[in-house]
Design a protein around this ligand. Structure first.
Ligand SMILES: *Cc1c(COP(=O)(O)O)cnc(C)c1O
Length: 372
């Protein structure tokens, strides 16, 4: 069976360094924040071309604190796309603000800048472009619209560590960037983790305070904060992994290019690549209008797949209160019905990719009604 992701192979490859870092952290008893987290924050900030990175306990916490640092609260509106993981929208909801959706561009699966202005109202405070699957959103027009309307831009870069748009790294283009280190992400902790990146020193100061009970000085609470601190062990693991993130990212890009070659003449719609954007392929998704049949067909041939994501957020029961309905965001809805994610992880081998491609070829040849 070709797994969809394989965390074990990566762990075994760096086991000695990881184990030593974890044991060193346990020995230091700096279980929460501490030296290892601070060292990781420094490395991650420079990797993202940002002045600062603030380690927190999840990508969701990163989004929540970024929104609060942007001054978002009840009665505000925040624009994002419904074709994302639900956390993007839940974080907006946590602040008391209202999520306002804008459809995706069907080629990149990221927010369509041409549709943003029509969604702006006097209550709009921020825009959250999502670099979905590791593909950077079209940031220049988004930043231009935000500047013109005085809006804060928060990048949801939870799937986009190291992604680039015109030479600028994900997490450095908006006012704030939010990352997840959930184990399966491109940079994964051995537990939960996240970070906010920013080059705005005041916003950085607020995020730092909010993650640790709103205090700069222990027991002097200037803000109503949270327990969103990063654990020492996660900082230690991530610090080790920073040595390899570029190698792993290039491996993902090589695998994507190989899939593109193997599948080029199948007629299957493949992920879009843009010359000025560095896609980091957290997910490599093909499209099919017969997913219900194709997914089990691949499974029978030893190929695990995933669906990211089957229901756009505006049609999730949890957000029914927003009052959206089917048909409101046709590109997001079509993508949710059609995407199918192929195995993708840095340690994926060419022979495994050959097997994936063979199974897809068998499908295309067997099923003459397949309409790409
Ligand atoms: C994973 C993810 C999040 C949330 O990160 P957690 O660390 O799981 O809280 C937010 N947005 C997107 C797009 C994600 O993929």
């Amino acid at each position: 069976m070709i797994p969809f992701v394989d965390l074990k192979t990566q762990y075994l490859a760096i086991k000695d360094e990881i184990d030593a870092a974890v044991l060193r952290t346990l020995g230091s008893t700096q279980f929460v924040l501490g030296r290892e987290v601070a060292a990781f924050e420094g490395k991650f900030a420079s990797y993202c071309q940002a002045d600062q990175a603030i380690g927190v306990n999840s990508g969701t916490s990163a989004l929540h604190l970024a929104l609060l640092a942007a001054g978002v609260g009840p009665n505000d509106e925040v624009i994002t796309t419904p074709f994302t993981f639900i956390a993007t929208v839940s974080a907006i909801d946590y602040t008391g603000a209202r999520p306002v959706f804008v459809d995706i561009d069907p080629i990149s699966f990221t927010i369509d800048p041409a549709l943003i202005e029509a969604a702006i109202t006097p209550r709009t405070k921020a825009i959250i472009p999502v670099h979905l699957y590791g593909q950077p959103a079209d940031m220049d027009p988004i930043l231009e619209i935000a500047r013109r309307h005085g809006l804060v831009v928060i990048e949801d870069a939870a799937q986009a560590h190291g992604a680039e748009y015109k030479g600028r790294r994900a997490g450095s283009m908006g006012d704030l960037g939010c990352f997840s280190f959930y184990p399966g992400k491109n940079l994964g902790a051995y537990g939960e983790g996240g970070a906010v990146t920013t080059s705005n020193s005041e916003m950085a100061r607020i995020v730092r305070m909010l993650r640790d009970w709103g205090a700069e000085r222990k027991y002097y609470h200037d803000l109503k904060g949270f327990n969103y601190r990063m654990e020492g062990v996660q900082g230690a693991v991530l610090g080790v992994k920073m040595k390899y993130i570029e190698e792993w990212t290039e491996a993902r890009r090589t695998h994507a290019a190989y899939y593109n070659t193997l599948l080029a003449d199948t007629g299957i719609p493949l992920p879009a690549a843009f010359p000025e954007r560095r896609h980091v392929y957290h997910v490599y998704a093909i499209r099919t209008n017969e997913r219900e049949l194709l997914q089990p067909f691949l499974q029978e041939r030893g190929v695990s797949t995933g669906i990211h994501y089957p229901v756009p957020v505006h049609l999730q029961k949890a957000f029914a209160e927003l009052g959206y309905k089917a048909g409101d965001f046709p590109h997001s809805e079509q993508a949710a019905n059609e995407v199918l994610s192929l195995p993708m992880f840095p340690e994926l081998r060419p022979d495994q990719q050959d097997q994936v491609a063979e199974a897809l070829r068998a499908w295309v040849e067997r099923e003459p009604t397949v309409k790409p």
